[in-house]
Structure formats: C-alpha cells, structure tokens
Design a protein around this ligand. Structure first.
Ligand code: SF4
Length: 492
C-alpha cells in the first residue's frame, strides 16, 4: 500500500504519482486494460460523490506510460446508480470530455453484453453472477473508487465499488439485507491488479450527496481487503466491523491485519489519520435518520428465515438516499413533505398516524397488523425467497414505466410499495407524488433532454446487442475464465 500527498486535482501531478505507484508495486498493464471509476451519481449536483475526471486522466495516462505497447485496449467503464443512464453520468462528470481528449474508449456497462460467471465458493448466495463483457474480459483491471462514507455499509472504498460492475437488474438482486454478502461474492468475478482511490477531496457522511472532506491523499495498492483495511484505519474504523470487508477477507481476498500490510509513501499512516480526524461515516438507521422531519420511520426485521434485525442493504437505506436526492433538486423538500409514516420489515409496534397522514409500507417483507385511521389494517409479507429469483430472466427497472405507474398509486391513505428492494429511484418517485409539489428530478427541465437522449441511446445500443449475440456465440469469444456465452440482449 502506498499513501501519497496530493492536495489538488492536477492531472499531470496525479499521473506522476500513479506512475511511481505502479512502478513501486511492480505492476505493468497489458492487454485489455480497464479502469472502473465510481460515478454512482455525478456532475455539479453531486460534486463530491464521484471519482473526478482529472484523477481518471492521471490514472489512465500513467497506465499508458507504464504499459506502453503491451496495452491492446485502454478503456474506462462504469454502471452509475439510481437508474440514470451511465451516458449521463459520463457526460455530467466530465469523464466523456476527458476520455475523448486522451483517446480512451468508454464503456457504459448496462449497454454491453452481460456474461455469466460461475462461482463455487462455500456460502455463496448464487452459483453464478452476471457482469458486463468488458469486465469479464479485462486482462488488467484497475479499480478507481472515491473515498466516501456510506449510509448502509459504513464506507465505500474499493470492495463496495464492485456494485458498479453489474447492470441494474443484476445489481438489484440480493441488494437487501444480504448486500454485504453480495459484495463479497462479486469479488470472485475479478480482482484488480491495481487500485487507486480519489481521496484528494473525500466524501463524508453520505454516499450520493456527501460533504467535502479535504484529505489531500492518493492511496494505491493491489489487494482489495488490505486496501480497504488501510482506508478504514485512516478514518478510525475497525475493518472487521465492516461486514463486506470482513467477509471478503474470509473469502481469501486479503488480510485486515495492519501488522501484515506494508505501507509506504510520503505520508505515514499516522499523518493520514491526523488528516482524517473527525471524518464521519454514514451508518444510520432509518428511524434516527428522519428524526425531526415530517417523516416518521419504523423498521422491523427483514424476513424471519434470514439473519439480522435490520435490512442494511435495501429499502430503509434507499429512502435515505431518495430524500437526499430530492433535497439536491428542491431546497424546500422537507417543508413540502406532509406528515407521513414509512414502515419497513416486520414491525410490531403501533403507528400513531392522525387522520389524513399517509402510511407507506415499503418492501415485499413489510408485515404489520393494527389500527390505522379507525380501521383494522393487515399488511402481508410477500417476500419471495432469493432462491426463486433467476438472474437469467429478471427484468430491469424502466424509469419511464415507473414514472407512469407511480402517479396515481399514491392517493390512498395506506400505501403498499412492493419490491425487494424498492429502489432509490422508485422511492424518489413515491415521495414526489406524496409531497406537496417537490420537484421531480426525473422530469427536471434542465436535465430532461439530456436524460431522454441518453436513455434512447442506451436502449438502441441494447437492441443492437441482441443482433450481435449470435455472432459472439459463433466465434467462441467467451471461453475465457470459464464464463458462459453472453445472455440475450445485454442489459434491459
Ligand atoms: S423488501 Fe426491502 S426491507 Fe425487505 S428484505 Fe427486501 S430490501 Fe430488505
């Protein structure tokens, strides 16, 4: 692990630091070299949520410096979040302009063929996972995350960023109380030969809308668990308390024991810790999160058959992100939100809703019986066991279909939103429709044209993928790493 001082987003300076890091670690890029930034939400509205393009430029140029002609393809790829087309995130973040300037290929993962990767370790959630073709075929994979907090998983460093190596429909499977296990399972798809995190301005407290925290660091490494453990140590978190790090370590992806991790660079671990003093992580239960607002939250445990008393990876965290997004688009969101109650899991207590106050049960596992507005209400658990979900046939979210269905669903006093999870995008739409005029980010005038155009481009590309599928299967291009042929049609 290497910790270097870097206080500004100067692409040439970053290039030098990364080149020196690659040389010190003795890794040389070759073949298909793929860089995966974290662009979960990007652009001026989410300024501290994503890997900055200057950072990406420095990394890509350094890879070129060191790899030279051994690199057959240099590319950057990502699947951003919240059902926004990655084309939008690439453009809004400035990555498109940068990639064009330095002549590097772009992949929007949801537009690529999806490849089935078999996995067989003990305790896995599934026997296979899907990932986009550029990830499955990468000879040299570079993880380039952003140093951030996360409200569901405490932190999002290198391991957690793997959520972006799946398209939406595969990403949402097991994105529930088993999220940490899913993240650990994703590690079996590919391991990065090199990791460089953008910790120049870190993101504090939240994931999509974090607060800026000037850390002035670039951290590099070549082992996922060791990398995240050192990052945890910098902010004073025990990596063994972060479930996805602990699990990935148990799966054999590195050690959390700092005594066994060599750390070099021009900033010592002690100095890095001093710089990070006061950094806040985001882990917060939904009941606490909404205290002092018009929303009262109640959370019971997720399905009985599975462990844990709270769904850290699903619906409760998604509503926290949903409200954060709305606050970005509409400063009066909290004022425009009527008194309401949101309920998750098997909640056993009373819900003291007054006449006219809506009660929203969110998620398939919501389960409650009691008196509401003078009537007996019974909400049934409709959770489907994960073994019944087939990643081959699962359907993706279509945001325009969601937009149409969200309107009209919300005029009752007692509302049930089904899904596991009910995604951030869906909860954004639900809150907009319940509110007294909160702006709908998916219908935002300034973004609508860009969004609509990108959406059409994505769907056109997927349609072309369907036509290409036969050719891919015929030329046997999918024999590498035991992967199956790409499934029909790429992402939906
Ligand atoms: S329905 Fe929501 S809260 Fe329940 S298990 Fe699924 S993701 Fe978690």
């Amino acid at each position: 692990m290497i910790i270097r001082d870097c206080r500004e987003y100067d692409a040439e300076k970053i290039r030098t630091i990364i080149r020196e890091g690659l040389e010190e670690l003795g890794v040389k890029p070759f073949g298909r070299t793929l860089v995966k930034p974290n662009l979960v939400a990007a652009g001026p509205l989410f300024p501290y949520a994503y890997t900055r393009p200057e950072f990406g430029e420095g990394v890509l140029q350094a890879l070129r410096d060191v790899g030279g002609t051994s690199i057959t393809e240099l590319a950057a790829g990502e699947r951003c979040g919240i059902t926004v087309p990655t084309r939008v995130a690439m453009r809004e973040s400035g990555w498109d302009t940068m990639l064009e300037k330095i002549d590097v290929k772009r992949y929007c993962f949801e537009e690529e063929q999806q490849v089935e990767i078999p996995i067989n370790h003990e305790g896995r959630l599934r026997d296979y996972l899907f990932t986009p073709e550029p990830v499955a075929r990468a000879d040299f994979f570079v993880n380039c995350p952003k140093f951030k907090a996360h409200p569901w998983t405490t932190v999002t460093f290198s391991l957690k960023a793997y959520i972006g190596i799946q398209d939406d429909r595969h990403r949402l499977i097991d994105h529930d109380h088993k999220l940490n296990e899913k993240i650990a399972d994703l590690q079996h798809i590919v391991q990065p030969q090199f990791i460089a995190i953008d910790a120049i301005t870190a993101g504090e407290g939240r994931m999509l809308t974090p607060l800026p925290f000037p850390l002035g660091l670039i951290i590099m490494g070549n082992s996922q668990v060791a990398f995240d453990s050192v990052c945890c140590s910098i902010i004073g978190v025990d990596p063994m308390t972060v479930d996805h790090i602990r699990l990935a370590s148990e799966h054999g992806f590195g050690s959390t024991d700092l005594a066994g991790i060599k750390v070099t660079g021009d900033v010592t671990l002690e100095e890095a810790r001093k710089r990070a003093d006061g950094f806040k992580v985001g882990l917060i239960r939904v009941e606490k999160y909404f205290e002092g607002t018009n929303i009262t939250a109640y959370a019971g445990p997720p399905p009985d058959s599975e462990a844990g008393d709270y769904c850290w990876g699903g619906c409760p965290g998604a509503i926290e992100e949903a409200i954060e997004i709305l606050r970005v688009f509409d400063k009066d969101t909290d004022r425009k939100m009527p008194r309401m109650h949101v309920v998750f899991g098997k909640y056993a207590g009373a819900i003291p809703a007054k006449p006219g106050e809506k009660v929203v049960f969110i998620g398939d596992c919501a389960d409650w019986k009691g008196d509401l507005h003078g009537k007996l209400v019974k909400i049934e658990n409709v959770y489907k066991d994960r073994s019944t979900l087939d990643p081959h046939t699962i359907k993706g979210e279509d945001i325009f279909a969601k937009l149409a269905s969200a309107q009209g669903k919300m005029n009752k006093d007692v509302i049930r939103l089904e899904g596991c999870p009910v995604s951030v995008a869906e909860q954004v739409l639900a809150l907009v429709n319940i509110s007294d005029g909160v702006k709908n980010p998916y219908l935002d005038r300034e973004n609508m044209v860009t969004f609509g155009r990108a959406y059409l481009g994505w769907k056109t590309r997927v349609a072309l993928n369907r036509l290409q599928r036969k050719r891919y299967q015929q030329n046997g291009a999918y024999a590498h790493r035991g992967a199956a042929a790409p499934e029909l049609g790429g992402s939906s």
